[in-house]
Write a protein that binds this ligand. Structure first.
Ligand code: SF4
Length: 182
């Protein structure tokens, strides 16, 4: 039926926001997400609110990321930053490599991830050995280092924070904080 007023009455579309607002062309349109092979539940990585997201995947590539209506935190909503999460994986400005600038160096060097991880591990080991405090002046056990601290980001989830705390405490590191608590 082409007459808007009659469509409104016929379809019980009192505010003309449903069927009445559709044209033959818009009626044929399908959401981009309709062609997804699967949907993966996720959590927005940007802040401590932790809004739920649906990640739509087609041919093993991310097609779109939208709010998860089942999330008790956000009920399908995302703020402008969370709504732009898709660009986190597709944005052309995103660095895809580890970049390293040597002490006094002026240029960034690309490093393989394995090499960068080894360098981090070497530095943690050396600082821990150099700053280890076994006992205090009263011969009381300390078993700690104040040479290393950890500040977590808001995007870490409970499980990651649990593992970070376990690992760092096992290394004798006591300065452990998370951005979500600041
Ligand atoms: S959508 Fe916005 S409010 Fe929600 S977690 Fe992401 S950045 Fe935070």
């Amino acid at each position: 039926m082409d007459w808007p007023l009659l469509t409104q009455i016929w379809k019980r579309d009192a505010q003309a926001l449903g069927e009445t607002a559709k044209s033959p062309r818009s009626r044929e349109l399908k959401a981009r997400t309709a062609s997804a092979d699967r949907v993966v539940d996720s959590v927005c990585p940007y802040c401590a609110v932790g809004c739920g997201q649906h990640v739509y995947v087609r041919d093993e590539k991310i097609l779109d990321i939208e709010g998860d209506p089942n999330s008790p935190i956000s009920r399908g909503c995302l703020c402008p930053k969370g709504s732009a999460t898709f660009q986190l994986v597709t944005g052309s400005h995103r660095e895809q490599k580890v970049l390293y600038r040597r002490p006094h160096g002026k240029e960034w060097e690309a490093l393989p991830l394995d090499r960068a991880m080894e360098m981090v591990a070497d530095r943690v080991q050396k600082v821990r050995e150099d700053t280890w405090e076994d006992r205090n002046a009263d011969d009381k056990a300390l078993h700690r280092t104040l040479g290393i601290a950890h500040l977590g980001g808001a995007t870490l989830d409970n499980e990651e924070n649990y593992l970070i705390k376990k690992l760092f405490s096992a290394l004798g590191i006591i300065q452990i904080e998370n951005q979500a608590r600041i």
